[in-house]
Design a protein around this ligand. Structure first.
Ligand SMILES: [Cu+2]
Length: 96
């Protein structure tokens, strides 16, 4: 667990995470302020659009297990498997 000093309004702060995984961010003043940061050690991830669809481009040929995570639902749930050719996008229209 780390504690960071508040950043003055209008300024930003950057931080590079060293390990893949979920990082929960909380405000120790306001209980309703929180965020979730998912850190990956690869580039094959997507954030779904408002309609629940997503695409992951440039996935090398092979067999993969696709997982989904939501800050309110949590967990990893297999959402599909790609058995298509090289560079084929993985996408879903049933991520709701
Ligand atoms: Cu706050």
């Amino acid at each position: 667990m780390s504690t960071w000093a508040p950043t003055p309004r209008g300024q930003t702060k950057s931080h590079q995470f060293r390990h893949a995984g979920l990082v929960k961010v909380y405000c120790h003043i306001h209980s309703h302020m929180s965020a979730s940061i998912m850190v990956f050690d690869h580039t094959f991830f997507a954030i779904p659009k408002a309609d629940g669809t997503f695409a992951i481009d440039g996935v090398p040929a092979g067999s993969y297990r696709v997982s989904a995570w939501h800050e309110r639902v949590g967990g990893e749930q297999p959402a599909g498997e790609d058995r298509s050719g090289a560079g084929s996008p993985i996408s879903s229209s049933s991520c709701r």
